[in-house]
Design a protein around this ligand. Structure first.
Ligand code: ATP
Length: 289
């Protein structure tokens, strides 16, 4: 028996970062939103062992793949023994781009295995297992619009924002998330806000509310040194985006459009400039299909 899931990318509508804690992690305050740019994940019971295949040959297929790690931890925590599993990842979400591609794949694997093995593990426990593997994983599992604080794992669902056309653009070199945090430390040091959660009362329901609060502290360190990301942002603006911003630690950027036609024109302009471009919408979390 095979089961499939659509694992959505996320964008950050707001992202502020506090100083590094003693464990090396930074505290964050972020409004995250899942969007309909999906990796497609398939799991299937096999007689023995665990094997992962991936449409992107550049990605690791063993323990270094977050989806593989998620399956390992699922079997440890659920106590299911002697199970064999095959996992296939069809990657559509650009890698190392600030779109949580690895996290959403891992979250989808946890939900798929729970369903495939009809496992009585609670959703709360499953989200906890996700959080132990990566701070963005629980959000990708539940999706929608949410305020994420702490290391990203303290999730408060927000009223979903109205459906919107989103264009995601990706060009130029990858950005490693640890390197981006290091750049923040170098640029701001002690000037990072002690309590980024001061933003907890952010009020975002529709496009009008969003424009004044959209902010991503990573833009100030990444955009000046990533000319392709800056160029994509400029193209999105010229094409009529209501707002355009980098997602997470970048270098993917996204634009919010009122009209589908201007969103389509933005995709064409980005592709003409040599960038990857994706037209999508706001959506919910991982869907088992
Ligand atoms: P982060 O969660 O660090 O913000 P990101 O969204 O910017 O990540 P990802 O696409 O998750 O980026 O990739 C980050 C790194 O994780 C890559 O270098 C990649 O090799 C590794 N990785 C492991 N598993 C996966 C996966 N299933 N999909 C994508 N990347 C993965």
């Amino acid at each position: 028996m095979q089961l499939h899931a659509l694992a959505p990318a996320k964008i950050n509508l707001f992202l502020d970062v506090g100083p590094a804690q003693s464990d090396g992690y930074h505290t964050v305050c972020s409004v995250m939103q899942t969007v309909s740019l999906y990796d497609r994940i398939t799991v299937e019971k096999v007689p023995a062992g665990m094997v992962l295949r991936c449409s992107d040959p550049a990605l690791p297929c063993g323990e270094k793949n977050l989806a593989f790690r998620a399956a390992q931890v699922f079997f440890q925590e659920s106590g299911i023994e002697d199970a064999g599993i095959s996992i296939h990842l069809e990657k559509n979400i650009p890698v190392a781009s600030g779109l949580a591609g690895g996290s959403t794949d891992a979250g989808a694997v946890l939900l798929l295995l729970q369903r495939l093995f009809d496992c009585p593990i609670s959703m709360e426990t499953l989200l906890h297992i996700g959080g132990s593997l990566g701070a963005d994983i629980p959000f990708c599992m539940t999706g929608g619009t949410a305020l994420c604080c702490g290391k990203g794992e303290l999730i408060t669902p927000m009223q979903p924002i109205e459906p919107m056309h989103i264009v995601i653009a990706r060009d130029g070199a990858d950005v490693s998330t640890p390197a981006a945090y290091h750049m923040l430390d170098m640029a701001y040091g002690k000037r990072l806000p002690a309590k980024p959660e001061r933003w907890k009362t952010l009020h975002i329901k529709n496009r009008k509310d969003m424009q004044p609060v959209m902010f991503n502290i990573f833009e100030s360190v990444i955009l000046p040194v990533h000319k392709e990301a800056s160029a994509c942002k400029a193209i999105l603006r010229e094409a009529g985006a209501r707002s355009a911003m980098m997602s997470g630690s970048g270098p993917a950027v996204f634009g919010i459009f009122d009209e589908i036609d201007s969103a389509r024109n933005a995709v064409a302009a980005l592709q003409a400039a040599g960038a990857k471009a994706f037209l999508c919408k706001t959506c919910g979390g991982v869907q088992i299909i």
